[in-house]
Design a protein around this ligand. Structure first.
Ligand code: ADP
Ligand code: MG
Length: 256
């Protein structure tokens, strides 16, 4: 579904040009969870932003292609990529507050997005909104719908963001460090929720993390990234059982 071919990205900075991705190739197939794992600064988020058309203005795609089905996203105008974002490609980032409107009730935020994606009236979107809140494990959706983001915990907010991301029934979900900002005690719950939802809706996932524990928990395949390169990729079992690259071995040996 997503096929990235030899993608290179350069940033223009005060100090000159910086190469942050060097011929990165990867693909995500339908109904698959592909994890990208790597240390901070290795280029994971830049890869995600490039698919979403959200690269900073000082970034330049100097080589390669990003195919979403047949369409090369690197050739689309920002306006056209926007049509993919949210609707066909859902996104969840590290900090849930960044995806929420701080002064709008949760129910209204969800209803607005459902209306837009599915071209429904407010009245028809309302029961779907309640179902979506149930899907992300709120058993009191009417109460939650009336709340504002600041009235919820971080984990609850991330569950709302996941509901928002899934509301367009996307084919691909990009989750960039979705549990990094959350308490350790609720990280597994959020990961399992993502896994459960994408299975239910046949959504493919690009899951970005610095944590191999997360990969083990939910990934099907994994790409190990370092310094803007993919060092190694394979099934999660393969990487855990017989890593080939020294960097992967080092990552594994650092696991608790
Ligand atoms: P991570 O793997 O932690 O998500 P990123 O993809 O955010 O890493 O960043 C990869 C590299 O690109 C880092 O070295 C970072 O400093 C650099 N970078 C990211 N955004 C910019 C920018 N707007 N301008 C210059 N350099 C950037
Ligand atoms: Mg990042």
């Amino acid at each position: 579904m997503i096929n990235i071919e030899e993608l290179s990205i350069t940033f223009s900075t005060f100090h000159g040009k910086v190469h942050v991705l060097d011929k990165v190739s990867l693909s995500v197939n339908r109904r698959e969870i592909l994890a990208i794992v790597g240390e901070s600064g290795s280029g994971k988020s830049v890869t995600a932003y490039s698919i979403l058309g959200l690269l900073d203005k000082n970034a330049e795609i100097s080589n390669g292609h990003i195919y979403f089905d047949e369409e090369d996203l690197t050739k689309l105008s920002p306006n056209k990529i926007q049509k993919y974002r949210g609707k066909r490609i859902g996104m969840v980032f590290q900090e849930p507050m960044s995806a929420l409107h701080p002064t709008m009730r949760i129910g209204d935020q969800l209803v607005n997005v459902i209306k837009r994606h599915r071209k429904l009236s407010k009245k028809d979107a309302y029961p779907i909104m309640l179902d979506m809140l149930k899907d992300v494990h709120f058993d009191n959706p009417e109460d939650i719908a009336k709340k504002y983001p600041h009235q919820l915990s971080g984990g609850m907010r991330q569950r709302i963001v996941i509901a928002l991301a899934m509301s367009g029934q996307p084919e691909l979900l990009i989750a960039d460090e979705p549990t990094t900002a959350l308490d350790v005690t609720i990280q597994a719950e959020i990961l399992n929720l993502i896994k459960e939802l994408v299975q239910k809706h046949n959504t493919a996932v690009l899951l970005i993390t610095h944590d191999l524990g997360v990969v083990k928990e939910v990934g099907d395949r994994v790409c190990v990234m370092y310094g803007g390169n993919i060092m190694e990729s394979g099934s999660v079992d393969q990487i855990f059982e017989s890593p080939r690259h020294p960097y992967t071995k080092a990552l594994l040996s650092a696991l608790p």
